[in-house]
Design a protein around this ligand. Structure first.
Ligand SMILES: NC(=O)C1=CN([C@@H]2O[C@H](COP(=O)(O)OP(=O)(O)OC[C@H]3O[C@@H](n4cnc5c(N)ncnc54)[C@H](OP(=O)(O)O)[C@@H]3O)[C@@H](O)[C@H]2O)C=CC1
Ligand SMILES: N[C@@H](CC(=O)OP(=O)(O)O)C(=O)O
Length: 354
Protein backbone atom coordinates (compact mmCIF):
# COMPACT_ATOMS: atom_id res chain seq x y z
CA UNK A 1 0.00 0.00 0.00
CA UNK A 2 1.41 3.44 -0.89
CA UNK A 3 1.55 5.55 2.27
CA UNK A 4 0.97 9.32 2.41
CA UNK A 5 3.87 11.49 3.60
CA UNK A 6 3.58 12.08 7.34
CA UNK A 7 5.44 15.11 8.71
CA UNK A 8 7.07 14.36 12.06
CA UNK A 9 8.61 16.43 14.83
CA UNK A 10 11.23 15.10 17.24
CA UNK A 11 11.12 16.42 20.83
CA UNK A 12 14.51 16.10 22.53
CA UNK A 13 16.11 15.82 19.08
CA UNK A 14 19.57 16.80 20.32
CA UNK A 15 19.85 14.01 22.94
CA UNK A 16 21.19 10.46 22.60
CA UNK A 17 17.77 8.96 21.85
CA UNK A 18 16.74 11.99 19.77
CA UNK A 19 19.76 11.43 17.53
CA UNK A 20 18.76 7.80 17.01
CA UNK A 21 15.32 9.07 15.94
CA UNK A 22 17.02 11.43 13.48
CA UNK A 23 19.19 8.67 12.02
CA UNK A 24 16.33 6.21 11.58
CA UNK A 25 13.87 8.79 10.25
CA UNK A 26 16.22 10.50 7.80
CA UNK A 27 15.37 8.07 4.98
CA UNK A 28 12.09 6.67 6.23
CA UNK A 29 9.61 5.71 3.48
CA UNK A 30 6.54 7.16 5.26
CA UNK A 31 7.85 9.88 7.60
CA UNK A 32 9.71 13.09 6.85
CA UNK A 33 11.40 15.17 9.52
CA UNK A 34 9.62 18.53 9.70
CA UNK A 35 10.77 19.84 13.10
CA UNK A 36 13.65 19.28 15.51
CA UNK A 37 12.88 20.53 19.02
CA UNK A 38 14.94 20.74 22.19
CA UNK A 39 15.48 23.01 25.22
CA UNK A 40 15.90 26.78 25.19
CA UNK A 41 19.66 26.08 25.31
CA UNK A 42 19.46 24.66 21.77
CA UNK A 43 16.55 26.59 20.24
CA UNK A 44 17.59 29.02 17.50
CA UNK A 45 20.80 27.12 16.67
CA UNK A 46 21.29 24.92 13.62
CA UNK A 47 20.99 21.19 14.44
CA UNK A 48 24.66 20.82 13.49
CA UNK A 49 25.64 23.34 16.22
CA UNK A 50 23.11 22.26 18.84
CA UNK A 51 23.64 18.48 18.80
CA UNK A 52 26.80 16.82 20.06
CA UNK A 53 26.53 14.12 17.34
CA UNK A 54 27.38 10.75 18.91
CA UNK A 55 27.08 8.29 16.03
CA UNK A 56 30.07 7.04 14.06
CA UNK A 57 27.92 7.59 10.95
CA UNK A 58 27.70 11.19 9.73
CA UNK A 59 24.80 13.47 10.59
CA UNK A 60 22.22 13.30 7.76
CA UNK A 61 22.76 16.30 5.46
CA UNK A 62 19.04 17.05 5.31
CA UNK A 63 18.87 17.95 9.02
CA UNK A 64 22.26 19.58 9.63
CA UNK A 65 21.10 23.09 8.74
CA UNK A 66 17.58 22.84 10.18
CA UNK A 67 16.95 25.32 12.98
CA UNK A 68 16.18 23.73 16.36
CA UNK A 69 12.88 25.02 17.78
CA UNK A 70 11.59 25.06 21.37
CA UNK A 71 9.47 22.15 22.61
CA UNK A 72 6.18 24.03 22.44
CA UNK A 73 3.20 23.05 20.29
CA UNK A 74 3.05 26.41 18.49
CA UNK A 75 6.71 26.05 17.39
CA UNK A 76 6.24 22.57 15.89
CA UNK A 77 4.40 22.12 12.58
CA UNK A 78 3.95 18.35 12.19
CA UNK A 79 1.39 15.53 11.98
CA UNK A 80 2.87 13.70 14.97
CA UNK A 81 5.74 14.08 17.44
CA UNK A 82 8.24 11.54 18.68
CA UNK A 83 9.53 12.22 22.18
CA UNK A 84 13.08 11.44 23.28
CA UNK A 85 12.79 13.99 26.07
CA UNK A 86 14.48 13.74 29.41
CA UNK A 87 11.93 12.31 31.83
CA UNK A 88 12.29 15.32 34.16
CA UNK A 89 10.50 17.42 31.52
CA UNK A 90 8.67 14.84 29.38
CA UNK A 91 5.54 14.68 31.57
CA UNK A 92 4.57 18.31 31.13
CA UNK A 93 5.76 18.80 27.55
CA UNK A 94 4.12 15.62 26.22
CA UNK A 95 0.85 16.63 27.93
CA UNK A 96 1.05 20.08 26.26
CA UNK A 97 1.39 18.42 22.84
CA UNK A 98 -1.43 15.94 23.44
CA UNK A 99 -3.64 18.83 24.62
CA UNK A 100 -2.74 20.67 21.42
CA UNK A 101 -3.99 17.73 19.34
CA UNK A 102 -0.73 15.95 18.48
CA UNK A 103 -0.25 12.19 18.50
CA UNK A 104 2.73 11.83 20.89
CA UNK A 105 4.83 8.71 20.39
CA UNK A 106 6.95 8.69 23.50
CA UNK A 107 10.02 6.86 24.63
CA UNK A 108 10.02 8.43 28.10
CA UNK A 109 8.86 6.60 31.21
CA UNK A 110 6.36 9.19 32.49
CA UNK A 111 3.06 7.84 31.07
CA UNK A 112 3.92 4.15 30.57
CA UNK A 113 1.86 2.83 33.46
CA UNK A 114 -1.07 5.28 33.07
CA UNK A 115 -4.20 3.11 32.73
CA UNK A 116 -5.34 4.77 29.48
CA UNK A 117 -1.92 4.87 27.77
CA UNK A 118 -0.82 1.95 25.55
CA UNK A 119 2.58 0.45 26.43
CA UNK A 120 2.91 -0.86 22.92
CA UNK A 121 4.99 -3.42 21.03
CA UNK A 122 3.14 -4.11 17.75
CA UNK A 123 4.31 -7.73 17.46
CA UNK A 124 3.06 -8.43 21.01
CA UNK A 125 0.02 -6.37 21.99
CA UNK A 126 -1.33 -4.34 19.02
CA UNK A 127 -4.84 -4.49 20.47
CA UNK A 128 -3.69 -2.28 23.37
CA UNK A 129 -3.71 0.68 20.93
CA UNK A 130 -7.48 0.81 21.56
CA UNK A 131 -6.66 2.48 24.92
CA UNK A 132 -6.14 5.64 22.87
CA UNK A 133 -9.93 5.92 22.67
CA UNK A 134 -10.03 6.29 26.48
CA UNK A 135 -7.76 9.37 26.50
CA UNK A 136 -9.43 12.73 27.00
CA UNK A 137 -6.90 15.40 26.08
CA UNK A 138 -8.91 18.51 25.23
CA UNK A 139 -7.35 19.05 21.80
CA UNK A 140 -7.90 15.42 20.77
CA UNK A 141 -4.27 14.30 20.78
CA UNK A 142 -3.01 11.15 22.44
CA UNK A 143 0.07 9.55 23.98
CA UNK A 144 1.47 6.11 23.17
CA UNK A 145 4.60 4.79 24.89
CA UNK A 146 7.20 2.10 24.33
CA UNK A 147 8.69 0.12 27.23
CA UNK A 148 11.88 0.57 29.19
CA UNK A 149 14.86 -0.68 27.16
CA UNK A 150 15.46 -3.66 29.46
CA UNK A 151 11.79 -4.59 29.63
CA UNK A 152 11.67 -4.76 25.82
CA UNK A 153 14.17 -7.60 25.39
CA UNK A 154 12.67 -9.58 28.23
CA UNK A 155 9.03 -9.32 27.09
CA UNK A 156 9.86 -10.10 23.46
CA UNK A 157 11.34 -13.36 24.74
CA UNK A 158 8.49 -14.01 27.18
CA UNK A 159 5.64 -13.39 24.71
CA UNK A 160 6.06 -16.69 22.80
CA UNK A 161 6.23 -18.53 26.13
CA UNK A 162 3.14 -16.86 27.57
CA UNK A 163 1.25 -17.74 24.40
CA UNK A 164 2.29 -21.42 24.47
CA UNK A 165 2.37 -22.18 28.22
CA UNK A 166 1.36 -20.79 31.62
CA UNK A 167 4.29 -18.74 32.91
CA UNK A 168 4.19 -18.25 36.68
CA UNK A 169 7.41 -16.46 37.52
CA UNK A 170 10.55 -15.02 35.94
CA UNK A 171 13.88 -14.29 37.58
CA UNK A 172 16.12 -12.07 35.44
CA UNK A 173 19.60 -10.59 35.80
CA UNK A 174 20.20 -7.73 33.37
CA UNK A 175 23.61 -6.73 32.01
CA UNK A 176 22.96 -3.24 30.61
CA UNK A 177 25.04 -1.26 28.13
CA UNK A 178 26.50 2.16 28.86
CA UNK A 179 24.48 3.83 26.07
CA UNK A 180 21.37 3.21 28.18
CA UNK A 181 22.57 5.90 30.55
CA UNK A 182 22.71 8.49 27.73
CA UNK A 183 25.64 10.86 27.20
CA UNK A 184 27.97 11.46 29.04
CA UNK A 185 26.32 8.81 31.19
CA UNK A 186 28.36 6.79 33.68
CA UNK A 187 31.75 8.30 34.62
CA UNK A 188 34.60 6.51 32.80
CA UNK A 189 36.34 5.63 36.07
CA UNK A 190 33.16 3.89 37.27
CA UNK A 191 32.58 2.10 33.96
CA UNK A 192 36.01 0.93 32.83
CA UNK A 193 36.84 -2.64 33.90
CA UNK A 194 33.93 -2.57 36.33
CA UNK A 195 30.31 -3.56 36.94
CA UNK A 196 27.90 -1.31 38.83
CA UNK A 197 25.04 -3.35 40.35
CA UNK A 198 22.63 -0.42 40.54
CA UNK A 199 20.53 1.46 37.97
CA UNK A 200 18.08 3.78 39.71
CA UNK A 201 14.42 2.77 39.30
CA UNK A 202 15.20 0.08 36.73
CA UNK A 203 14.37 -3.06 38.72
CA UNK A 204 10.94 -1.67 39.62
CA UNK A 205 10.16 -1.03 35.90
CA UNK A 206 11.12 -4.60 35.00
CA UNK A 207 8.90 -5.90 37.78
CA UNK A 208 5.79 -4.00 36.63
CA UNK A 209 5.94 -3.16 32.88
CA UNK A 210 5.85 -6.81 31.61
CA UNK A 211 2.56 -7.44 33.44
CA UNK A 212 0.92 -4.53 31.58
CA UNK A 213 2.44 -5.37 28.18
CA UNK A 214 1.46 -9.03 28.43
CA UNK A 215 -1.96 -8.17 29.88
CA UNK A 216 -5.34 -8.55 28.20
CA UNK A 217 -7.29 -5.66 26.68
CA UNK A 218 -11.07 -5.62 27.24
CA UNK A 219 -13.65 -2.83 27.48
CA UNK A 220 -11.18 0.04 27.52
CA UNK A 221 -8.82 -1.37 30.14
CA UNK A 222 -5.89 -3.73 30.58
CA UNK A 223 -6.18 -6.73 32.87
CA UNK A 224 -2.54 -7.26 33.89
CA UNK A 225 -0.95 -10.66 33.32
CA UNK A 226 -0.70 -12.82 36.43
CA UNK A 227 3.05 -13.19 36.34
CA UNK A 228 5.76 -12.41 38.91
CA UNK A 229 8.99 -10.84 37.63
CA UNK A 230 12.02 -10.27 39.84
CA UNK A 231 14.93 -8.37 38.29
CA UNK A 232 18.47 -7.39 39.20
CA UNK A 233 20.05 -4.73 36.97
CA UNK A 234 23.77 -4.16 36.41
CA UNK A 235 25.62 -1.58 34.33
CA UNK A 236 28.43 -3.25 32.36
CA UNK A 237 31.16 -1.79 30.13
CA UNK A 238 29.44 -2.61 26.83
CA UNK A 239 28.55 0.05 24.26
CA UNK A 240 25.17 -1.18 22.98
CA UNK A 241 22.99 -4.14 23.89
CA UNK A 242 21.16 -5.21 27.04
CA UNK A 243 21.55 -8.89 27.93
CA UNK A 244 18.81 -10.60 29.97
CA UNK A 245 19.83 -13.80 31.79
CA UNK A 246 16.42 -15.21 32.65
CA UNK A 247 14.97 -18.32 34.27
CA UNK A 248 11.27 -19.13 33.98
CA UNK A 249 8.93 -21.18 36.14
CA UNK A 250 5.88 -22.63 34.36
CA UNK A 251 2.73 -24.16 35.86
CA UNK A 252 3.83 -27.53 34.37
CA UNK A 253 7.23 -29.14 33.85
CA UNK A 254 8.06 -27.53 30.50
CA UNK A 255 11.54 -28.35 29.14
CA UNK A 256 14.06 -26.51 26.96
CA UNK A 257 13.02 -28.19 23.69
CA UNK A 258 9.44 -27.00 24.04
CA UNK A 259 10.68 -23.51 24.92
CA UNK A 260 12.95 -23.42 21.88
CA UNK A 261 10.07 -24.57 19.70
CA UNK A 262 7.87 -21.76 21.08
CA UNK A 263 10.57 -19.18 20.23
CA UNK A 264 11.02 -20.55 16.73
CA UNK A 265 7.33 -20.78 15.83
CA UNK A 266 6.00 -17.53 17.33
CA UNK A 267 3.96 -15.57 14.80
CA UNK A 268 3.32 -11.88 15.31
CA UNK A 269 -0.36 -10.86 15.41
CA UNK A 270 0.38 -8.03 12.94
CA UNK A 271 1.48 -8.30 9.33
CA UNK A 272 5.11 -7.28 9.82
CA UNK A 273 5.68 -7.03 6.07
CA UNK A 274 3.43 -3.93 6.12
CA UNK A 275 5.61 -2.06 8.65
CA UNK A 276 8.95 -0.70 7.38
CA UNK A 277 10.77 -0.97 10.74
CA UNK A 278 9.49 -4.41 11.73
CA UNK A 279 12.03 -7.20 11.42
CA UNK A 280 11.05 -10.44 9.76
CA UNK A 281 11.32 -12.23 13.12
CA UNK A 282 10.74 -10.70 16.57
CA UNK A 283 12.90 -13.41 18.17
CA UNK A 284 15.61 -15.59 16.66
CA UNK A 285 17.32 -18.53 18.35
CA UNK A 286 21.10 -18.94 18.12
CA UNK A 287 22.28 -22.27 19.49
CA UNK A 288 26.01 -21.53 19.35
CA UNK A 289 27.35 -22.30 22.84
CA UNK A 290 28.62 -18.72 23.32
CA UNK A 291 25.68 -16.78 21.83
CA UNK A 292 24.23 -14.21 22.09
CA UNK A 293 26.92 -11.56 22.54
CA UNK A 294 26.37 -7.78 22.31
CA UNK A 295 29.27 -7.22 19.91
CA UNK A 296 28.25 -10.02 17.53
CA UNK A 297 24.47 -10.12 17.63
CA UNK A 298 23.06 -6.75 18.69
CA UNK A 299 22.27 -5.62 15.12
CA UNK A 300 20.12 -8.67 14.29
CA UNK A 301 17.13 -7.47 12.27
CA UNK A 302 18.71 -3.99 11.97
CA UNK A 303 18.68 -3.74 15.79
CA UNK A 304 14.99 -4.73 16.03
CA UNK A 305 15.26 -8.52 16.55
CA UNK A 306 15.89 -10.14 19.94
CA UNK A 307 18.46 -12.96 19.86
CA UNK A 308 17.91 -15.83 22.31
CA UNK A 309 20.44 -18.50 23.20
CA UNK A 310 21.73 -20.70 26.04
CA UNK A 311 18.28 -22.37 26.38
CA UNK A 312 18.75 -24.96 29.11
CA UNK A 313 16.93 -26.85 31.85
CA UNK A 314 17.11 -25.01 35.17
CA UNK A 315 17.39 -26.82 38.47
CA UNK A 316 15.63 -24.03 40.38
CA UNK A 317 12.96 -22.91 37.89
CA UNK A 318 12.11 -24.92 34.75
CA UNK A 319 14.09 -23.33 31.91
CA UNK A 320 16.78 -20.66 31.65
CA UNK A 321 18.00 -18.69 28.62
CA UNK A 322 19.79 -15.49 27.61
CA UNK A 323 18.11 -12.78 25.47
CA UNK A 324 19.91 -9.85 23.82
CA UNK A 325 18.26 -6.66 22.51
CA UNK A 326 19.55 -3.33 21.17
CA UNK A 327 18.71 -0.81 23.87
CA UNK A 328 18.63 2.39 21.80
CA UNK A 329 17.01 0.80 18.70
CA UNK A 330 14.40 -1.84 19.69
CA UNK A 331 14.59 -0.47 23.25
CA UNK A 332 14.07 3.20 22.33
CA UNK A 333 13.84 5.07 18.99
CA UNK A 334 13.34 2.04 16.71
CA UNK A 335 10.56 0.72 18.94
CA UNK A 336 8.82 4.12 18.99
CA UNK A 337 9.03 4.47 15.20
CA UNK A 338 7.55 0.99 14.80
CA UNK A 339 4.68 2.03 17.10
CA UNK A 340 4.00 5.05 14.88
CA UNK A 341 4.05 2.85 11.78
CA UNK A 342 1.49 0.51 13.33
CA UNK A 343 -0.76 3.48 14.25
CA UNK A 344 -0.51 4.84 10.69
CA UNK A 345 -1.26 1.38 9.33
CA UNK A 346 -4.36 1.20 11.56
CA UNK A 347 -5.48 4.66 10.43
CA UNK A 348 -5.05 6.20 13.89
CA UNK A 349 -2.50 8.70 12.52
CA UNK A 350 -3.12 10.48 9.23
CA UNK A 351 -1.43 13.46 7.57
CA UNK A 352 -3.07 16.80 8.39
CA UNK A 353 -5.08 18.18 5.48
CA UNK A 354 -3.43 21.44 4.44
N1 LIG B 1 19.69 6.29 26.23
C1 LIG B 1 18.92 5.20 26.14
O1 LIG B 1 19.32 4.10 25.72
C2 LIG B 1 17.53 5.26 26.56
C3 LIG B 1 16.92 6.41 27.03
N2 LIG B 1 15.62 6.41 27.35
C4 LIG B 1 14.89 7.60 27.78
O2 LIG B 1 14.82 8.54 26.70
C5 LIG B 1 14.86 9.86 27.19
C6 LIG B 1 16.05 10.61 26.61
O3 LIG B 1 17.27 9.98 26.99
P1 LIG B 1 18.67 10.48 26.40
O4 LIG B 1 18.50 10.77 24.95
O5 LIG B 1 19.67 9.50 26.84
O6 LIG B 1 18.84 11.88 27.18
P2 LIG B 1 19.71 13.15 26.79
O7 LIG B 1 20.01 13.85 28.08
O8 LIG B 1 20.82 12.77 25.89
O9 LIG B 1 18.70 14.09 25.93
C7 LIG B 1 17.65 14.79 26.54
C8 LIG B 1 16.92 15.65 25.52
O10 LIG B 1 15.90 16.36 26.22
C9 LIG B 1 16.04 17.78 25.94
N3 LIG B 1 15.65 18.58 27.08
C10 LIG B 1 16.20 18.57 28.32
N4 LIG B 1 15.59 19.51 29.10
C11 LIG B 1 14.65 20.10 28.34
C12 LIG B 1 13.69 21.12 28.55
N5 LIG B 1 13.57 21.74 29.74
N6 LIG B 1 12.87 21.46 27.53
C13 LIG B 1 12.97 20.85 26.33
N7 LIG B 1 13.86 19.88 26.05
C14 LIG B 1 14.68 19.50 27.04
C15 LIG B 1 17.52 17.96 25.64
O11 LIG B 1 17.71 19.16 24.89
P3 LIG B 1 19.09 20.02 24.99
O12 LIG B 1 20.12 19.29 24.18
O13 LIG B 1 18.71 21.31 24.39
O14 LIG B 1 19.44 20.10 26.43
C16 LIG B 1 17.81 16.69 24.82
O15 LIG B 1 17.37 16.89 23.50
C17 LIG B 1 14.87 9.75 28.70
O16 LIG B 1 13.55 9.81 29.15
C18 LIG B 1 15.50 8.37 28.94
O17 LIG B 1 15.12 7.87 30.19
C19 LIG B 1 14.93 5.27 27.16
C20 LIG B 1 15.47 4.13 26.71
C21 LIG B 1 16.82 4.03 26.37
N1 LIG C 1 17.47 3.11 32.41
C1 LIG C 1 17.77 2.60 31.07
C2 LIG C 1 17.51 3.66 30.06
C3 LIG C 1 16.31 4.48 30.34
O1 LIG C 1 16.38 5.67 30.27
O2 LIG C 1 15.19 3.84 30.69
P1 LIG C 1 13.73 4.49 30.77
O3 LIG C 1 13.27 4.73 29.35
O4 LIG C 1 12.87 3.49 31.45
O5 LIG C 1 13.80 5.78 31.56
C4 LIG C 1 19.22 2.12 31.06
O6 LIG C 1 19.90 2.63 31.87
O7 LIG C 1 19.69 1.32 30.30
Amino acid sequence: MAQPAIRVGILGATGAVGQTFVRRLANHPWFSIAALAASERSAGKSYRDAANWLSSRPMPEAVADMEVVPCTPDAVDADLVFSGLDSSVAGEIEADFAEAGFPVISNAKNYRMAPDVPLLIPEINPEHAALIDEQTWSGGGFIVTNPNCSTVGLVCALRPLVEAFTVEAVQVTMLQALSGAGYPGVASLDALGNVVPYIGGEEEKLDEEPRKILGTYADGAIQEADLAVSAQCNRVPVRNGHLACASVRFSDAIGPDAVEDAFRTYESPVDVSALPSAPERLVVVDNAPDAPQPRKHVYAGDGMTVTVGRIQACTVNHVKFVALSHNTIRGAAGGAILNAEQLVHEGRITPAVA
